[in-house]
Design a protein around this ligand. Sequence first.
Ligand code: 2OP
Length: 367
Amino acid sequence: MTTVAVIGAGMVGSSTAMRIGEARLADRIAIVDVREGVAQAMALDITQALAAMGNDGRCVAGWNAVGGADVVVLTAGLPRSPGQSRSDLLATNGKIVVDCCREIRRRAPDSVVIVVTNPLDEMTALAQRALGFPATRVIGMAGTLDSARFRAAIAARLDVPASKVEALTLGSHGETMVPVPRLSTVNGRRLTELLSEAEIEQLAERTREGGAEIVRLLERGSAWWAPSAAIVDLVRSIVRDERRVLPVCAMCRGQFGVRNTYVGVPARLGAGGVVEIVDPGLTAAEVAGLRAAAEQIASRVADLDAVIGEDPAPPPPPEVAEGQLKVGVRDLVYESRIRVEARRALAREGALHRLDDVVAAALRRAR
Ligand code: 2OP
C-alpha cells in the first residue's frame, strides 16, 4: 500500500492531491492543513471526484493519516504577493516548514520529502536540517516546473507542440536560475540553431519571471496547475521507482564543484529519493552559473539560524548512512558561512580559483 501525504491544502496542495489520485500513484492520499476544516473539505471533495471518475483512490485529512507515508509533499506556507520576491517569504515560511518537519519526522520517518514551499531552495535546505533525514531523501521541486515553463515559452515562440520541445533549467528557483539552451531541442534540433542568442535570452528571462508573471496577474496567490503537474512528475518517479533523471533541488556533495549545498541539478529519482546526481555535460560557463546559484543559496541558508531563532536540527545523523563525506548537519551551515566569507576575501584578491582549497583548510582547522 502506497501513501502519499500532502502538507498544505491550498491551491498547490489540493491540486497536487487530486492529480496524485487521478494518476493512481497512491492507494491513500493524506492531506493536512493548519485550517483543519479546509483539509477535511478537500479530502471529501477529492475522494468524491475520484469516485465520480471510477477511481478507488481515497483522500484522508489530518496528521494521523500521514503515519508511515512513503512520500510527503510539503507545500505549506504563504504564497507570494505581487511585488514580493520568493526570498521575502524566508522568515514566515521558515517557521512553518520547521513546524511541519517536526511532525513529518515523527510520523513518516522513512519517507522521501519533496519540498515545494518558497523560497524553494532555502526551504529545502532548512527542511533537511529540521528533518535530520539523509539528504538523498529530501529534495525540492523547482526544476521540473521551470523547465516546463521554458518548454512552453519555446513552443509558443516557435509555434510547435510542447511535446516536441526538450528544455532544461538548473540552478535556483529564482533570479540565479540557469536555463540551459545548449541542451534544449525542438524536434531534435538544437534551440541554438533555431533562435538567436538575444531571442533565447528573452525566453530564458520569461522563464525566470514565469512565477512572478502569474502572481502579478492573479493579484492574490501564485500558480498551481503547473507546479502540481511538476510535483507529480517527481512523485511518479519515486513511487514507481522509475529512476528517471529530472531537474530537482538536491544536495550536491562536490558535484559541479558544489559542496554540501542544495541547488537545482539533474538527479536520478527512485524509491529512496536521489539515486545519483547526473552531469549532463555542462560547459564551464554553465557550471559557473550553477555555482553562483549555489553560493547565493548557501549564504541565505546561513542566515536562516537568525530567521528561525532556534536550532531546528536534531543531532547530526551519521553521514556513513549516506555513504558520503563525514560532515555533520551543523557543518552544512558552518561551511556555507566560511565559503561566503572566503569568497569575499578571495574575490578582492582575484584568487577565486583557490576557494575550494581555502574552505577545505578552514574546515580542517575547525574540526
Ligand atoms: C511558482 O514559480 C509558486 O514558486 C512557484 O509559480
